[in-house]
Design a protein around this ligand. Structure first.
Ligand code: DX5
Ligand code: ZN
Length: 224
């Protein structure tokens, strides 16, 4: 049985002046998960939002809050993101020397644990933590900003990660430059969770979001 196909809109491309409303709208438009992108201006060259903002929008959707931490160090803040309402917390393999400990910390809080790999990081980084993982997030852009171009050479890494995962109950998520054109490439390689920011939030209305999500979903389903 293939794992469920999940579309996770990244609210980085939403209208921040109306963030709660945008979360409710994209939920109603067909989002499976809500993808959140905290950034610290240190691990990545951009600053976004942290736990208080997540707490403020938690009431706007009952969907899974998929929290992609682009911060270093991550460990001192994991409990705060958990308390704010994150359901799944992903740390970057490059963000600290003790990945195993970070993943243990997330699971000890009762949350799902994920690890993310930058485009230049090999899949061997996760070989010894597979049993601690609920999700592997493979970046198809260099993290920091929405709206960047998909890096095609990463598709081969998705295939290798899928082989490494085997039959384990681990989701493979892709983040960066996902559109109806690029989604089939990564889904055919083994991914089942698709993050999309600019491709979902273009148009600025519930009707547009629903159409955008449906287009990504249809393109992905066609190769499953
Ligand atoms: C970037 C973030 C992404 C971003 C994706 O570092 O991790 O989630 O919002 O944006 P798009 O889909 O526009 O590439
Ligand atoms: Zn992200």
């Amino acid at each position: 049985m293939p794992r469920d196909l999940i579309i996770a809109p990244s609210i980085l491309s939403a209208d921040f002046a109306r963030l709660g409303e945008e979360v409710a709208t994209v939920d109603a438009a067909g989002a499976d998960w809500i993808h959140l992108d905290p950034m610290d201006g240190h691990f990545v060259p951009n600053i976004t939002f942290g736990p208080p903002v997540i707490k403020a929008i938690r009431g706007s959707s009952k969907k899974l809050f998929d929290c992609h931490l682009m911060i270093a160090p991550a460990d001192p803040y994991i409990a705060a993101f958990s308390e704010a309402g994150a359901d799944l917390i992903t740390v970057h393999a490059e963000a600290g020397p003790h990945l195993d400990r970070s993943l243990q910390t997330i699971r000890a809080l009762g949350k799902k644990a994920g690890v993310s790999l930058n485009p230049a990081t090999p899949e061997s980084a996760i070989e010894y933590v597979l049993d601690r993982l609920d999700l592997i997030l493979i970046m198809t852009i260099n993290p920091g900003f929405g709206g960047q171009a998909f890096i095609p050479s990463v598709v081969e890494k998705v295939r290798r990660v899928k082989a490494l995962v085997g039959n384990r109950p681990i989701d493979i998520e892709i983040d960066g430059g996902i559109t109806p054109e690029t989604a089939p490439l990564v889904v055919a390689a083994g991914a089942n969770v698709l993050v999309a920011g600019s491709a979902v939030f273009k148009g600025g209305s519930k009707e547009a979001y629903a159409k955008n999500i449906a287009a990504i979903r249809a393109a992905a389903e066609a190769v499953r």
